[in-house]
Design a protein around this ligand. Structure first.
Ligand code: URA
Ligand code: SF4
Length: 221
């Protein structure tokens, strides 16, 4: 079709996901994923990391500039804020598995800087098989979606964080992976949003974020 936007097409990650669902096999396979166009400009796939039996899974949006270079999630500024918030919420980071809805860094170049770009719906959908495979492998009891991209990946495109943040949500029936028991889901802000927050409510917003994390952890008790 004339004018068809090829970049809007993505075959998705499903055909790259191996039968063997242990985390190491998944991570190895994900390093070669070409399920959407984002692998082309990024340095590497940034797969999830942490405790493979974690009761608590934290899902961000996508790796940032530092994560792209180091190959690990949440090692840059947003990760530092997250680490501080976990500490303030009395959550042992060793009890978490941390990953992202999208496994490659999406950015625009501006001189020497690489500026984060929000992934499009088609890229989030393309990458979802990796996230679901990680959830199946780890079998967390609670999943915290950090920000709208993660929340929409699991809870659907019409999900609104502002309407449901901090709530204990049921595992969405639209997602057909085998989980026993099904995890609860809690959605909250993305730590990058708190980093960007220059308003006079910055501290208050940070504390509300910590409170959301505390509520998620309280489900485990
Ligand atoms: N932001 C994310 O969403 N994920 C990371 O891994 C780092 C920053
Ligand atoms: Fe594959 Fe996800 Fe990377 Fe796209 S973003 S190439 S689906 S790993």
């Amino acid at each position: 079709m004339a004018g068809a936007n090829l970049s809007a097409q993505a075959e998705g990650a499903a055909r790259y996901v191996p039968e063997d669902h242990d985390l190491q096999s998944l991570a190895n396979a994900a390093s070669g994923c070409r399920g959407c166009g984002l692998y082309q400009d990024a340095t590497q796939t940034v797969f999830g990391h942490g405790n493979g039996d974690a009761p608590l899974m934290l899902v961000g949006e996508q790796p940032g500039d530092r994560e792209d270079q180091e190959g690990l999630p949440f090692v840059g500024p947003a990760g530092r804020l997250l680490a501080r918030a976990l500490e303030d919420a009395n959550i042992n980071p060793g009890s978490t598995y941390q990953t992202n809805a999208v496994k490659h860094f999406k950015f625009n170049r501006s001189g020497k800087r690489r500026i984060h770009q929000t992934p499009r719906r088609i890229e989030v959908v393309a990458c979802q098989p990796w996230l679901l495979a990680e959830i199946e492998a780890v079998q967390p009891r609670v999943i915290v979606c950090l920000g709208a991209t993660a929340a929409k990946s699991l809870l659907g495109n019409s999900f609104r964080i502002t309407a449901h943040r901090g709530e204990r949500l049921e595992w969405p029936t639209a997602i057909t992976v085998h989980l026993e028991p099904e995890p609860s889901v809690v959605a909250t802000l993305h730590p990058s949003a708190l980093l960007r927050d220059r308003s006079d409510r910055r501290q208050e917003n940070y504390e509300a974020f910590v409170e959301d994390l505390r509520r998620a952890a309280a489900i485990l008790k």
